[in-house]
Design a protein around this ligand. Sequence first.
Ligand SMILES: [Zn+2]
Length: 220
Amino acid sequence: MEASVSLLPCAFSQKTKESPATKFVQTVPQNSLAKEVDVDKIAAAVEMILEAIGEDPQRAGLVDTPQRVARLYQELCYSTGVDAASEITCKFQEETESLVVVKGIEFTSLCEHHLVPFLGVAHVAYLPSNGMITGLSKLARVVELTARRLQVQERMTEEIAAAIFEGIEAQGVCVVLEAEHMCMSMRGIKKAGARTVTSAFRGLFKTDKQSRAEVLSHLK
Ligand SMILES: [Zn+2]
Protein backbone atom coordinates (compact mmCIF):
# COMPACT_ATOMS: atom_id res chain seq x y z
CA MET A 1 0.00 0.00 0.00
CA GLU A 2 1.26 3.50 -0.77
CA ALA A 3 1.07 6.21 1.81
CA SER A 4 -1.44 8.91 1.06
CA VAL A 5 -1.42 12.38 2.50
CA SER A 6 -4.24 14.80 2.95
CA LEU A 7 -4.88 18.05 4.69
CA LEU A 8 -8.47 17.94 5.71
CA PRO A 9 -10.81 20.68 6.78
CA CYS A 10 -12.60 19.65 9.92
CA ALA A 11 -15.05 20.97 12.45
CA PHE A 12 -12.31 22.72 14.38
CA SER A 13 -10.72 24.45 11.40
CA GLN A 14 -11.63 27.50 9.35
CA LYS A 15 -9.46 26.97 6.30
CA THR A 16 -9.24 24.20 3.80
CA LYS A 17 -6.10 23.11 2.04
CA GLU A 18 -5.40 20.37 -0.45
CA SER A 19 -2.13 18.62 -0.86
CA PRO A 20 -0.98 16.21 -3.59
CA ALA A 21 -0.41 12.67 -2.47
CA THR A 22 3.14 12.12 -1.36
CA LYS A 23 4.97 8.85 -1.64
CA PHE A 24 7.16 7.74 1.18
CA VAL A 25 10.11 5.53 0.55
CA GLN A 26 11.33 3.44 3.45
CA THR A 27 15.07 3.48 3.70
CA VAL A 28 17.61 2.31 6.21
CA PRO A 29 19.39 5.52 7.06
CA GLN A 30 22.22 5.70 9.50
CA ASN A 31 21.18 7.64 12.54
CA SER A 32 24.11 9.08 14.41
CA LEU A 33 22.24 8.50 17.67
CA ALA A 34 21.79 4.79 16.97
CA LYS A 35 23.45 2.38 19.33
CA GLU A 36 26.23 0.14 18.13
CA VAL A 37 24.97 -3.40 17.68
CA ASP A 38 27.37 -6.19 18.64
CA VAL A 39 27.18 -8.18 15.40
CA ASP A 40 29.70 -10.84 16.48
CA LYS A 41 27.74 -11.57 19.64
CA ILE A 42 24.52 -12.06 17.66
CA ALA A 43 26.35 -14.34 15.21
CA ALA A 44 27.72 -16.48 18.06
CA ALA A 45 24.22 -16.77 19.52
CA VAL A 46 22.73 -17.79 16.17
CA GLU A 47 25.39 -20.47 15.80
CA MET A 48 24.32 -21.81 19.20
CA ILE A 49 20.68 -21.87 18.07
CA LEU A 50 21.68 -23.86 14.97
CA GLU A 51 23.50 -26.37 17.14
CA ALA A 52 20.63 -26.50 19.64
CA ILE A 53 18.13 -27.52 16.98
CA GLY A 54 20.45 -30.27 15.80
CA GLU A 55 21.88 -28.58 12.73
CA ASP A 56 25.47 -28.51 11.59
CA PRO A 57 26.49 -24.81 11.47
CA GLN A 58 29.40 -25.75 9.19
CA ARG A 59 27.34 -27.23 6.37
CA ALA A 60 27.43 -25.25 3.14
CA GLY A 61 23.95 -23.77 3.41
CA LEU A 62 24.44 -22.52 6.96
CA VAL A 63 28.04 -21.42 7.10
CA ASP A 64 27.24 -17.73 6.49
CA THR A 65 23.88 -17.76 8.27
CA PRO A 66 25.03 -16.46 11.68
CA GLN A 67 26.65 -13.37 10.14
CA ARG A 68 23.68 -12.87 7.82
CA VAL A 69 21.19 -13.02 10.69
CA ALA A 70 23.38 -10.70 12.75
CA ARG A 71 23.32 -8.06 10.00
CA LEU A 72 19.56 -8.51 9.69
CA TYR A 73 19.05 -7.83 13.39
CA GLN A 74 21.42 -4.88 13.18
CA GLU A 75 19.18 -3.41 10.49
CA LEU A 76 15.94 -4.20 12.31
CA CYS A 77 17.11 -2.74 15.64
CA TYR A 78 19.25 0.22 14.56
CA SER A 79 16.95 2.68 16.30
CA THR A 80 17.16 1.15 19.77
CA GLY A 81 17.32 3.95 22.33
CA VAL A 82 16.80 6.76 19.80
CA ASP A 83 14.32 9.47 20.76
CA ALA A 84 11.92 9.56 17.80
CA ALA A 85 10.84 13.12 18.66
CA SER A 86 14.40 14.22 17.85
CA GLU A 87 13.65 13.40 14.22
CA ILE A 88 11.24 16.32 13.97
CA THR A 89 14.01 18.77 13.27
CA CYS A 90 12.32 20.96 10.71
CA LYS A 91 9.23 22.90 11.63
CA PHE A 92 7.40 25.49 9.62
CA GLN A 93 4.99 28.22 10.56
CA GLU A 94 1.99 28.21 8.24
CA GLU A 95 -1.32 29.96 8.42
CA THR A 96 -3.23 26.77 8.84
CA GLU A 97 -5.58 25.24 11.33
CA SER A 98 -6.23 22.24 9.10
CA LEU A 99 -6.03 18.69 10.26
CA VAL A 100 -3.02 16.93 8.72
CA VAL A 101 -3.62 13.27 7.88
CA VAL A 102 -1.04 10.80 6.55
CA LYS A 103 -2.41 7.34 5.86
CA GLY A 104 -0.77 4.04 5.03
CA ILE A 105 2.82 4.54 6.20
CA GLU A 106 4.23 1.04 5.89
CA PHE A 107 6.44 -0.35 8.62
CA THR A 108 8.13 -3.54 9.74
CA SER A 109 8.94 -4.01 13.39
CA LEU A 110 10.11 -6.84 15.60
CA CYS A 111 7.92 -8.39 18.31
CA GLU A 112 9.88 -8.33 21.54
CA HIS A 113 8.18 -11.48 22.82
CA HIS A 114 9.17 -13.75 19.93
CA LEU A 115 11.77 -11.81 17.90
CA VAL A 116 9.77 -12.27 14.72
CA PRO A 117 8.34 -9.42 12.64
CA PHE A 118 5.03 -7.70 12.81
CA LEU A 119 4.25 -5.53 9.81
CA GLY A 120 1.56 -3.22 8.70
CA VAL A 121 0.62 0.40 8.21
CA ALA A 122 0.43 3.48 10.39
CA HIS A 123 -2.14 6.23 9.98
CA VAL A 124 -1.18 9.52 11.58
CA ALA A 125 -3.23 12.68 12.11
CA TYR A 126 -2.40 15.86 13.94
CA LEU A 127 -3.98 19.25 14.48
CA PRO A 128 -1.32 21.97 14.40
CA SER A 129 -1.04 24.51 17.17
CA ASN A 130 -0.46 28.15 16.10
CA GLY A 131 0.25 26.93 12.57
CA MET A 132 3.29 24.89 13.61
CA ILE A 133 3.73 22.02 11.14
CA THR A 134 6.54 19.67 10.17
CA GLY A 135 7.66 18.05 6.94
CA LEU A 136 5.35 15.18 6.02
CA SER A 137 8.30 12.87 5.53
CA LYS A 138 9.23 13.50 9.17
CA LEU A 139 6.04 11.75 10.25
CA ALA A 140 7.07 8.71 8.24
CA ARG A 141 10.53 8.90 9.83
CA VAL A 142 9.02 8.89 13.29
CA VAL A 143 7.12 5.71 12.38
CA GLU A 144 10.30 4.17 10.94
CA LEU A 145 12.38 5.01 14.01
CA THR A 146 9.88 3.62 16.49
CA ALA A 147 9.61 0.44 14.38
CA ARG A 148 13.34 -0.32 14.21
CA ARG A 149 13.71 -1.73 17.69
CA LEU A 150 12.12 -4.49 19.74
CA GLN A 151 8.50 -3.52 20.14
CA VAL A 152 4.97 -4.35 21.08
CA GLN A 153 2.36 -2.75 18.86
CA GLU A 154 0.58 -0.95 21.70
CA ARG A 155 3.77 0.78 22.89
CA MET A 156 4.86 1.65 19.35
CA THR A 157 1.51 3.39 18.76
CA GLU A 158 1.95 5.44 21.96
CA GLU A 159 5.57 6.29 21.11
CA ILE A 160 4.60 7.67 17.69
CA ALA A 161 1.82 9.78 19.20
CA ALA A 162 4.10 11.09 21.96
CA ALA A 163 6.92 11.94 19.55
CA ILE A 164 4.68 13.98 17.26
CA PHE A 165 2.85 15.64 20.15
CA GLU A 166 6.10 16.71 21.78
CA GLY A 167 7.98 17.34 18.54
CA ILE A 168 5.64 20.01 17.19
CA GLU A 169 3.50 20.75 20.25
CA ALA A 170 0.37 19.90 18.29
CA GLN A 171 -3.10 20.59 19.66
CA GLY A 172 -3.97 16.96 19.15
CA VAL A 173 -2.45 13.78 17.74
CA CYS A 174 -4.11 10.54 16.72
CA VAL A 175 -2.22 7.43 15.60
CA VAL A 176 -3.75 4.16 14.39
CA LEU A 177 -1.65 1.08 13.60
CA GLU A 178 -2.86 -2.01 11.74
CA ALA A 179 -0.46 -4.92 11.73
CA GLU A 180 -0.11 -8.63 11.13
CA HIS A 181 1.98 -10.44 13.71
CA MET A 182 4.07 -13.30 12.38
CA CYS A 183 4.15 -14.86 15.86
CA MET A 184 0.39 -15.33 15.45
CA SER A 185 0.34 -16.15 11.75
CA MET A 186 3.18 -18.68 11.81
CA ARG A 187 2.21 -20.71 14.85
CA GLY A 188 -0.54 -22.62 16.59
CA ILE A 189 -3.96 -22.02 15.12
CA LYS A 190 -2.33 -20.05 12.27
CA LYS A 191 -4.49 -16.97 12.11
CA ALA A 192 -2.83 -15.83 8.90
CA GLY A 193 -4.02 -12.43 7.77
CA ALA A 194 -5.51 -11.45 11.13
CA ARG A 195 -4.75 -7.81 11.80
CA THR A 196 -4.34 -6.12 15.14
CA VAL A 197 -5.51 -2.51 15.35
CA THR A 198 -4.24 -0.14 18.03
CA SER A 199 -4.76 3.57 18.56
CA ALA A 200 -3.25 6.34 20.65
CA PHE A 201 -4.41 9.89 21.33
CA ARG A 202 -2.84 13.04 22.67
CA GLY A 203 -4.13 16.52 23.46
CA LEU A 204 -7.54 17.48 22.10
CA PHE A 205 -8.15 14.02 20.66
CA LYS A 206 -7.65 12.52 24.09
CA THR A 207 -9.82 14.94 26.02
CA ASP A 208 -12.63 15.75 23.57
CA LYS A 209 -14.83 12.87 22.47
CA GLN A 210 -16.31 14.68 19.47
CA SER A 211 -12.90 15.64 18.10
CA ARG A 212 -11.70 12.09 18.61
CA ALA A 213 -14.67 10.65 16.71
CA GLU A 214 -14.05 13.07 13.85
CA VAL A 215 -10.35 12.37 13.53
CA LEU A 216 -11.00 8.63 13.62
CA SER A 217 -13.50 9.00 10.77
CA HIS A 218 -10.67 10.41 8.64
CA LEU A 219 -8.41 7.49 9.42
CA LYS A 220 -10.78 4.71 8.35
ZN1 LIG B 1 5.00 -12.02 19.32
